[in-house]
Design a protein around this ligand. Structure first.
Ligand SMILES: [Zn+2]
Ligand SMILES: [Zn+2]
Length: 316
């Protein structure tokens, strides 16, 4: 009968004997009915070094090298680098799964390999299983909540693979991309928030819901006037924003009663149209002019008041 050669395992096998004289059976081999039976320890001594000292029922010296039973192995790279597989799998190149990154270990968790990511890991928003100590870098698609220490509501969710990228853990609230109690207009500039137009052109937007530095334009209202501003611009400036100047008032000369007035009225459109009651026509025009003057005076006074109030507030 020909001996069937053991399965190929070139790397871990000792080199074949070159001497023609038969070698004495290696220590650990047993001889049964004259046939040499190789044990794991005798044939693959390097492999046998990873034979788990406690978890296997048999000793490596007693396990046939062609055994198909799963065996426990232990790697020296970490205290929990333990796994179970067949000798065949090991001979085919199967290494320690913890070192290969396919099995969680105290040496390959996110907590160990990426402490910067673990530091911002939310302790309250993630499920119990999703802890940096319990996960490996390979869990790329897992959605994780992160928490920035600068604000309680600086919370955001991200795929792990994005968090692992360089700069991937920028807090969106600190970056002004997400509303927060720390970056809203009410917190950043309560004095300007007080001037915020509620309703109207601002519709539903309120100072608590507007980011002070990144939310475009909004309407302010103060002392009866309302105007649109670039929010971040007014926030950056010191002091409260001032309403834009009123359009320049139309100068109405105090007209001398007499010739000028007469000519004006005579040449007016109303006159040319053939107004019958000249006296009545005249008084209507004058009333309108009077009204216009009063309106402008009122505006001027109002503006002065606003300006006065503003200067007063600024202590000018
Ligand atoms: Zn290992
Ligand atoms: Zn933040």
């Amino acid at each position: 009968m020909e001996n069937i050669p053991p399965p190929a395992a070139q790397s871990l096998r000792p080199p074949p004997p070159t001497s023609k004289s038969p070698l004495p059976p290696p220590p650990g081999s047993s001889v049964t009915d004259g046939a040499k039976i190789s044990s794991l320890r005798s044939e693959f001594p390097r492999l046998a070094q990873q034979f788990h000292p406690k978890k296997n029922k048999m000793k490596s010296i007693a396990i046939p090298s062609d055994s198909k039973l799963p065996i426990w192995w232990k790697c020296s790279e970490g205290p929990d680098h333990e796994w179970q597989t067949t000798i065949k799998n090991r001979l085919e190149g199967g290494g320690c799964p913890c070192c290969c990154g396919t099995k969680l270990s105290v040496t390959n968790s996110i907590a160990v390999l990426r402490p910067d990511v673990a530091e911002l890991w939310s302790k309250t928003k993630n499920i119990e299983k999703a802890k940096p100590e319990n996960m490996m870098l390979t869990a790329k698609k897992a959605k994780i909540w992160f928490q920035c220490p600068k604000g309680e509501d600086h919370l955001w969710q991200l795929k792990l693979e994005d968090a692992l990228k360089e700069g991937g853990l920028e807090c969106p609230c600190c970056a002004g991309k997400k509303l927060s109690v720390t970056n809203c207009l009410l917190t950043v500039r309560p004095d300007i928030a007080e001037m915020w137009l509620l309703g109207g052109e601002n519709a539903e937007r309120i100072p608590e819901g507007v980011m002070a530095m990144t939310d475009g334009t909004g309407w302010l209202s103060w002392e009866g006037r309302k105007w649109e501003v670039n929010i971040s611009e007014v926030v950056r400036r010191e002091g409260r924003p001032v309403p834009p100047p009123l359009p320049p008032p139309v100068i109405v000369e105090e007209e001398e009663p007499g010739e000028g007035e007469k000519i004006g009225v005579e040449n007016s459109a109303e006159e040319l149209a053939g107004g019958e009651d000249r006296e009545g026509e005249k008084s209507v025009l004058e009333e309108e002019k009077e009204e216009e003057k009063v309106k402008k005076r009122n505006w001027k006074d109002k503006f002065k008041n606003v300006l006065g109030a503003f200067m007063g507030r600024k202590g000018m």
